[in-house]
Every structure is written in structure tokens, then in C-alpha cells.
Design a binder for this molecule. Sequence first.
Ligand code: ADP
Ligand code: MG
Length: 234
Amino acid sequence: MTDRLIWLDQVTKEFRRGEIGVRAVDQVSLTIAPGEFVAIMGKSGSGKSTLLHLMSGLQQPTSGRVELLGQALATLTDDQLTLLRRHRLGFVFQFFNLLPTLTALENVTLPLLMARVPAREAERKGRAVLEQVGLADRADHRPDELSGGQMQRVAIARALVTEPPVLFADEPTGNLDTVAGEEILLLLKRMQAERGQTILMVTHDPKAAAYGDRLITMRDGRVIEDLRTGGMAL
Ligand code: ADP
Ligand code: MG
């Protein structure tokens, strides 16, 4: 892999609402290198989530080019994009999105079972990653038996169980109290340090952004600032 894990060239995304067009992302060019922990900040509606969707192939740009893991996304079929997302990308959201009837372990192993990994191996990997996020003893609990911070750690374990080179996190601490949020940020930082995990994290919170080593600020769909911040020592 080169130092071009994600590459955006003059990427624009427009949404139409009747006669009115909204430029959610406006002529953005960016390169993300392997192992970076990038924080993306900006007001609500500035295009942060749309930028993540474009980078991860969830949405197609109106114009411009996106390359992810050496592949030009425009050249891939929907099936190829789905496989790329399932095997090579991890996603974490504000509202955890765990399946309520499954245990922590079952939630975590689901992506492996969908990828046809044998059940025993899936369980072994699931338990190992739950251990990494500090939840070995909660494997058999359902989401309603866990705290918000624990649920988000399960969601991170689920996102990382396929060992994806890239993790996308959209407001991962947005629904957590300060202490639980800090635990999640330290966990992400540790994943970067220990696994060389590349992380793209959208956040409202400057304190959360300080855990990254690069800070991208958006306004009205544009990148108005892109700073190397050095990151916080563990
Ligand atoms: P952020 O994540 O920074 O809050 P978004 O990327 O969600 O911003 O949205 C950027 C702009 O694009 C907003 O004006 C939003 O209303 C608009 N937008 C986002 N997604 C859609 C969509 N699917 N259809 C229409 N407009 C959208
Ligand atoms: Mg958003």
C-alpha cells in the first residue's frame, strides 16, 4: 500500500430538493495516509457525514474522483463496493446500531458469519476483539444489559473484527457522557497505536478532536482547514 490509502480529487456531492440544489461537499481534494487518526470537525450541515459516505463508497460523488485502498470507486460495481465495505472498512455510529436481541459476542461475530467465516473461528476472533476492548466478561450480555460506553465498545469491536484497514466513526462519542466518551477515544487511540489502525472520526467536540493527529475543518461543504496536530500521547 502506498501512502495514499484514501484519495479524493475535486469531489463534489450535490443533493436536489425540488428546484434547489445543496452542495453537501464542494470541490474537496484530500489524501489520507495509512495509520492516520483524522478528526473532522464543522458545524451541523457542513458536510462531514457526506464526506465519510463519499470516502467509504456509500454514496457516489456528483463529480470528482475517489480512490480507496488503491481502487477507483467509480469503476466498481455495487456488489464489489458492498464486498469492499464488508471486508475492508469498519463503521461506528453515534447510536451504536447494535442488534438488541443478540448478545455482545453475537453482534461482534455477525460480520464474520456474513463473510462465511466458520462459526468456531468467528467465535474465537469475536472473543479476542471483545477482550481488546475490555469486554471479555460481557460477551453473553445483550445491549440492554450494557452501559452506553460498553455498547459503543461492542460496536467498535464489531467494526474491527474483520481487521479492516480503515475505520470510519461518525460522532462515536456524541451519545455518551464525558467519562464514557473519553474511554472510547482512548480505545480508538490505542487501536491506532497498536494495530496501525487508520481512523476517520467526525466529531463536534474539540476535546475529542484532540485525540487525532490531523484535524480537518469543514464549512459549507468545503475543507477550510487541514492541520497536523501531532496528536495526544497515550
Ligand atoms: P453534517 O454531517 O456535517 O451535519 P451532512 O453531510 O449530513 O452534514 O449534510 C450536509 C448538507 O447536505 C446538509 O445541508 C444536508 O441537509 C444535506 N444532505 C445530506 N444528505 C442529504 C440527502 N440524502 N438528501 C438531501 N440533502 C442531504
Ligand atoms: Mg453528520
